[in-house]
Design a protein around this ligand. Structure first.
Ligand code: NI
Length: 155
């Protein structure tokens, strides 16, 4: 495993549409391992492959309930709406309030190619929506309804 460099805006890769994974190879498993290690090192609660410059539809999320790896994730149901604060490892220093569905159902594949379905609410649902957006080149800054004051520098 290795920690990869996280791209930040205005890197154009962050605005590209990522391609579905057609076949889960050793490279895809290595990508998942590197993404998890990079996310925990940052630290962050989620990471999408384009954030490390790999334009494949792969995300990892861990909001404190364990690591979730998803290949070709698709949000198949979304209900309710909640506004809460978000940031992004690719947009250091900025935070804003973003409306998201309160509950989502996401389908995708695990690293063994098995179809999985996840039902999520709260922060978990928010992280899944944020990371899935990255796969279409959409950043949270596109959806902010209110910006927070920049964080104070630590004394
Ligand atoms: Ni992000």
């Amino acid at each position: 495993m290795s920690i990869r460099k996280i791209l930040t805006l205005p890197d154009p890769a962050l605005r590209e549409k990522s391609l579905p994974v057609k076949k889960i190879t050793a490279n895809v498993c290595k990508l998942l391992d590197d993404m998890a290690e990079t996310m925990y090192d940052a630290p962050g609660v989620g990471l999408a492959a384009p954030q490390i410059g790999v334009l494949k539809r792969v995300i990892v999320v861990d909001v404190g309930e364990g690591l979730v790896e998803l290949i070709n994730p698709e949000i198949i149901a979304a209900t309710g709406c909640e506004v809460d604060v978000e940031g992004c490892l690719s947009v250091p220093g900025l935070q804003g309030e973003v409306p998201r569905a309160a509950a989502v159902t996401v389908q995708g594949l695990d690293r063994h190619g098995k179809k999985i379905e996840i039902k999520a609410t709260g922060l978990f649902a928010r992280a899944l929506q944020h990371e899935t957006d990255h796969l279409d080149g959409i950043m949270f800054i596109d959806k902010v309804v209110r910006w927070l004051e920049p964080k104070q520098e630590e004394q």
